[in-house]
Design a protein around this ligand. Structure first.
Ligand code: IPD
Ligand code: CA
Ligand code: CA
Length: 272
């Protein structure tokens, strides 16, 4: 049972996993028919396909059958039952759509259950690699059912950092250039695979020592946020403040780390 209320979080995780698997099934089928997919643009260079929408419908069918009373924030269909419940499912049916459409194997289903904005249950399912990252608040984080932990790297010059940078014409490319320079100069390397959910999962399981990005939406990071904190890491904005504000997740800008490097990375980013 959860400390936040009497909801059974083990059961919620079980349902979240079933939802993620339903979404992943749609995505796998879609990958076989990639060449014939109809693609829309939400905004310049921001793509969505039938697979995003069908995966979201498959996930929602599972979650809403189990928890019809819960609120939902899902990338493709938006908000449902706003304020009806302190419990809200936050869903990105396909994080890394651009990778998926190009056949780059870095895309995931991301599902979180939040209580008054605080993530309680998380699943990030990396579809191409069959890696399932899970977490329950207070219960640790796992990869394919094995407990995971952030790294113990305490030196910036030995750290590997993930990031995401601007790709839409309306974004602030100068800011990204400054952030990139500030961090690249002092660390062992920067990576940008193109799925924020996977990036955060990789901080949780110790492949990265940290991750930062500006401009994320709640569905990009709600599940990954819990994975990192349950794996022993830290998540904040560039000023060190919590991303949960007024009962909601306010994800941007986001810094995640193993904790040991948090202050040093935060200083680099805040001064860039
Ligand atoms: C995107 C990915 C990407 C990040 C973008 C997101 P989508 O999500 O997470 O890594 O840089 O900001 O929008 O559109 O593929 O679900
Ligand atoms: Ca996303
Ligand atoms: Ca998406």
């Amino acid at each position: 049972m959860s400390g936040a209320s009497n909801l059974d979080l083990q059961r919620a995780l079980h349902i979240a996993l079933a939802g993620a698997q339903a979404g992943a099934g749609v995505i796998r089928k879609g990958a076989e028919q990639r060449a014939s997919l109809v693609i829309d643009t939400k905004s310049p260079r921001d793509f969505v396909s039938r697979v995003d929408r069908d995966a979201e419908a498959a996930i929602l069918a599972v979650l809403q059958a189990a928890y019809p009373e819960h609120a939902v924030l899902a990338e493709e269909t938006g908000v449902q039952r706003p304020g009806a419940s302190p419990w809200q499912w936050i869903i990105d049916p396909l994080d890394g759509t651009t990778n998926f459409l190009h056949g780059v194997p870095a895309y995931a289903v991301s599902i979180a259950l939040t209580h008054l904005g605080e993530p309680q249950v998380a699943v990030v399912l990396d579809v191409a690699h069959a890696e399932t990252f899970t977490a329950i608040r207070g219960g640790g984080a796992k990869l394919n059912n094995t407990p995971i932990h952030v790294t113990s790297c305490a030196r910036l010059d030995e750290s590997l950092i993930g990031t995401g940078f601007a790709f839409r014409p309306d974004q602030d490319f100068d800011l990204y250039t400054r952030l990139f320079k500030a961090v690249a100069k002092h660390t062992a390397g920067l990576r940008r695979p193109g799925s924020a959910a996977i990036d955060l999962a990789w901080v949780a399981c110790g492949r990265y020592d940290g991750f930062f990005e500006v401009g994320l939406k709640p569905w990009d990071m709600a599940a990954g946020h819990l994975l990192v904190t349950e794996a022993g890491g830290m998540v904040s904005d560039f000023a060190g403040a919590s991303l949960v504000q007024g009962g909601q997740l306010a994800p941007s800008p986001l810094l995640a780390s193993n904790g040991l490097l948090h202050e040093a990375l935060r200083n680099l980013l805040a001064n860039a």
